[in-house]
Design a protein around this ligand. Structure first.
Ligand SMILES: [Zn+2]
Length: 126
């Protein structure tokens, strides 16, 4: 991570910590809401339209939980790369990832070029 100064790395670590705290809050809220919805589905003999809607909403909460849990894992991996001293280098080509990109997306494992290529190759997979 020679292209990043110590204070830049520190700023990114702070941003990661903040984002992790945010995500943990969100995930616990989402889990609670999903649980409530499933409890509703089991408890109430409500009309079918209500049940269907609750199922859809529970599914949306579950997708959010998945996405946020994956982001938490990516942040943890990024911290691991900081510890190893490989943070800020693209995991595919080894090129330095710019500070601007890392500021917007601190857990970015790839440079913009490799990320674009990957998105084209595996549409939809992170
Ligand atoms: Zn790359």
């Amino acid at each position: 991570m020679e292209h990043l100064t110590e204070s830049q790395v520190k700023r990114l670590l702070d941003a990661m910590e903040q984002r992790e705290a945010e995500l943990r809050d969100q995930v616990s809220g989402e889990r609670e809401r999903a649980m409530e919805m499933y409890a509703q589905l089991e408890g109430v003999a409500g009309d079918e339209a209500d049940q269907a809607l609750t199922k859809i909403r529970a599914g949306i909460e579950n997708e959010l939980i998945d996405r946020h849990v994956r982001e938490l894992a990516a942040l943890e991996a990024a911290r691991g790369r900081v510890a190893e001293g490989t943070f800020g280098a693209c995991v595919e080509c080894g090129d330095p990832i710019g500070f601007g990109r890392l500021k917007a997306y601190p857990s970015a494992p790839r440079c913009a070029d490799c990320q674009t290529l990957r998105e084209k190759t595996f549409a939809g997979t992170p």
